[in-house]
Design a protein around this ligand. Structure first.
Ligand code: AMP
Ligand code: ZN
Length: 433
């Protein structure tokens, strides 16, 4: 097995021993920031109180609200002139949650990212196209720096302009690309609409992430584009991409536990859940000086996959993200996650690439509608076939979510796409707008 970093060969004992040392260092560093000085002192936590990973639980959680309240520099733990980069997390209203990095922080991040890419077969000299926003969004510069660190010829393609993206993939003989899953499907379709086979595009590897997607969606991306798609997980508060990544086994995402501590807790009781059970991911940075973050409540739902990975790495694996704690919506008393809907929809070969869940309220009654695009070749079929499809989708959804939504079939590309991360739910119910 070829590794990018020696940390990939560490056994559990080595990983956990390092985590304790780095956790103590991180605590000491965090105490230099105004926010943690107060937050940790209030809880009576000092580095010397931490003897083992068991003491982690005594450290109070950090939430997105804490980060926002400390906007912009409250968590910074170094003199201001050591900071060289600023990012912010996406999709927020009000003050953003910002993250500031020193040059060392950026170097570590680039190495972590390069490690992910190497793990799935990307090598120095390969051409890499980064189809991601190059603004505050960390999928742009974060992935970019990893690719350069590895020695790839890196194309900062940015988002949009699908035609040009496709041309670059072809002309530059791109070996690997980074793309969000909803756009990957769109891009494949766009090639088909030009009368070409998207499988003939050069890339053999795609890094897909930044938004929740199902195993079914991954399968579709791989079939459509004729490549291997690897799930890439990260969040700005923990740098961005490069936190957890699938190996070639495609069976869970290894968390780089030499750089982070991952915990999974019950979002209501805050207690750790047993391995294999779904809960909220809580993350701690171990190698960041500019802005250490301790026990951050990610709001992302996942579980640890039990057992060892055949690839040999001992870094624990996370299951693909099932959704966000705040993604859940309730219809007629049933708790529903968008990914349950996606899973049901994508199991129909007639169903196209885009869908939207619309919730509204009529006479005090919740109503759920699912708009779903049908693939071109099926949309031309007769009414009877379409009505039957509608019925089968509704019944399949009922099996999955215990509510029977109204299913509305749409033509390909009829449902508007959002720039960046896909928006899957529109809640128009009173008080939810
Ligand atoms: P950002 O605000 O841009 O830092 O986005 C981070 C969030 O994007 C995470 O907390 C997740 O909710 C989501 N995300 C990132 N990568 C993935 C992934 N591979 N699968 C599912 N959700 C993801
Ligand atoms: Zn593995």
């Amino acid at each position: 097995m070829e590794y990018y970093a020696r940390e990939e060969t560490w056994d559990r004992e080595r990983i956990e021993r390092t985590q304790v040392v780095r956790l103590k260092n991180t605590l000491a560093q965090a105490l230099r920031s105004p926010f943690y000085k107060e937050h940790l002192e209030a809880a009576g936590i000092r580095p010397e109180n931490v003897a083992g990973l068991g003491d982690l639980r005594r450290i109070p959680f950090t939430t997105k609200e804490h980060l926002r309240a400390a906007y912009p520099y409250g968590l910074v733990a170094v003199p201001r002139d050591e900071l060289v980069r600023f990012h912010a997390s996406s999709g927020t209203t009000g003050p953003p949650a910002v993250v500031c990095h020193t040059q060392d922080d950026l170097d570590t991040w680039a190495d972590l990212m390069a490690r992910c890419m190497y793990m799935v077969g990307i090598r120095k000299g390969d051409v890499f196209q980064n189809i991601a926003g190059y603004g505050l969004f960390t999928g742009g510069l974060g992935i970019h720096s990893g690719a350069e660190r590895l020695g790839c010829l890196t194309i900062p393609a940015g988002t949009g302009n699908t035609r040009r993206q496709i041309k670059l993939l072809r002309d530059m003989k791109v070996k690997a690309l980074h793309i969000i899953p909803s756009y990957a499907l769109y891009l494949g379709k766009a090639v088909q609409e030009e009368g070409e086979d998207p499988r003939s595009l050069p890339p053999a590897i795609a890094l897909v992430g930044a938004e929740p997607h199902t195993e079914e969606a991954r399968g579709r991306i791989e079939d459509l584009l004729g490549l291997k798609a690897y799930n890439s997980y990260g969040l700005s508060e923990m740098n961005g991409p490069g936190v957890a990544f699938e190996c070639t086994e495609q069976n869970g995402l290894h968390v780089w536990e030499d750089a982070y501590i991952a915990e999974i807790v019950n979002p209501e009781s805050d207690e750790p859940v047993p391995d294999g059970e779904l809960g909220e991911l809580v993350m701690t940075t171990l190698s960041r000086r500019g802005m250490p973050v301790l026990r951050f409540r990610t709001r992302d739902l996942t579980r640890f996959l039990p057992g060892d990975c055949p690839c040999g790495r001992k870094h624990r694996r996370l299951d693909r993200i099932a959704g966000r704690v705040d993604d859940m919506f309730i219809v007629k008393g049933c708790n529903i996650y968008p990914m349950q809907v996606e899973q049901a929809l994508m199991s129909f070969r007639e169903v196209g690439e885009n869908y939207l869940i619309i919730l509204d309220n009529e006479d005090g009654m919740d109503r759920m509608r699912v708009q779903v695009e049908v693939r071109g070749e099926y949309f031309v079929e007769d009414m009877r076939a379409l009505t039957s499809l509608q019925r089968r989708i509704a019944s399949r959804l009922h099996d999955e979510i215990l509510v029977t939504p109204k299913v509305e079939l749409a033509q390909p590309n009829a449902i508007p796409r959002t720039e960046g991360k896909a928006k899957r739910v529109e809640d128009r119910r009173a008080g939810k707008a």
